[in-house]
Design a protein around this ligand. Sequence first.
Ligand code: FES
Length: 156
Amino acid sequence: MSELVKINLKVNGKNYSAEIEPRLLLLDFLRENLALTGTKSDGGSTSGTCTILLNGVSVKSSYILAVQADGSEIVTIEGIAENNELNHLQQAFWEMFAVQNGYSTPGLIMSLTDLLQRNSHPSEIEIRYWLDGILSRDTGYQNVIAAVQLAAEKMK
Ligand code: FES
């Protein structure tokens, strides 16, 4: 067992301090230490179900050690709603039947949140390009693209 390392970070607006193993993945820290189980593991694939916002940028939390997130600000799917209401993107997913299984949807929402922060009116091609890092084989991507376009309209 290696020596524990202390980290401090903010997750969904709340400050946390923890002593952890240096090799602990950020994904496992969020799920196991903070019980934020909305961020999913795909069991070793690269599907992006574990996507979160790290200092405002979408990243795969299984690719990052928790110690690397020391001092950063994280938003997970649990922190994305606004005033306890679905935000525009979540609502659009609901309205356009873009919700897929419980594994894919959180990663899609977090990744597409980053896209809409960077580009408030992405074209279909830009959305498709952005989705390259998130795999979902349930219903395809057409309804997801429609949901992003609807969210962009609502956010005008
Ligand atoms: S758990 Fe597979 S990409 Fe993160």
